[in-house]
Ligand binder design. Structure first.
Ligand SMILES: [Zn+2]
Ligand SMILES: [Zn+2]
Length: 162
């Protein structure tokens, strides 16, 4: 057997608590950022001035609206509404449940050891959820928590750059 090499996620062993902690941090970041970097941004000019949209960012430039904000969306009056709109898109379109992996990890919600994983968003880190907690509701709960925290940081960043 020569599989498992360079696969990233489940390769290597050990790691211990430190590895687990770092992985959890990565999961939280990935829930928000996914493959690129998605942040809520307020329009500063044009007819949408003052409206918030979830945007994909390349470098430091917001290049396009993403998720439902990229479709038929009139913009949002707060950044958390924009984040919520994007989260809804991910929950509707980009959820994987009941993924099975080799190692047992503690469920993100209850800590129960499990080999099951879930994923929210594309190319994002896996989230550990036990059998009982394999649901979009759990993903929603975790994402809301991490997004709320991340949004505060992003808001501070955006203010500093303005
Ligand atoms: Zn929107
Ligand atoms: Zn659980």
């Amino acid at each position: 057997m020569s599989d498992g090499r360079g696969r990233g996620l489940d390769s290597g062993g050990a790691g211990g608590d430190f590895g687990l902690f770092r992985e959890r941090q990565a999961v939280r970041a990935a829930l928000l950022y996914g493959e690129g970097m998605f942040v809520p941004k307020v329009s500063v000019d044009g007819p949408d001035t003052g409206k918030w949209y979830m945007m994909a960012v390349e470098g430091k430039i917001a290049v396009r609206r993403v998720g439902y904000c990229g479709g038929n969306c009139d913009g949002h009056s707060t950044q958390s509404e924009a984040v919520e709109h994007f989260l809804q898109y991910q929950l509707d379109r980009e959820v994987d449940l009941w993924l099975s992996r080799r190692g047992e990890r503690g469920c993100e919600i209850c800590g129960e050891p499990t080999t099951l994983r879930a994923r929210l968003g594309r190319k994002t880190e896996l989230v550990v959820l036990c059998q009982k907690h394999q649901s979009t509701i759990s993903l929603q709960k975790l994402a809301r928590t991490s997004m709320a925290a991340a949004s505060v940081n992003e808001a501070a960043l955006l203010v500093n750059q303005a």
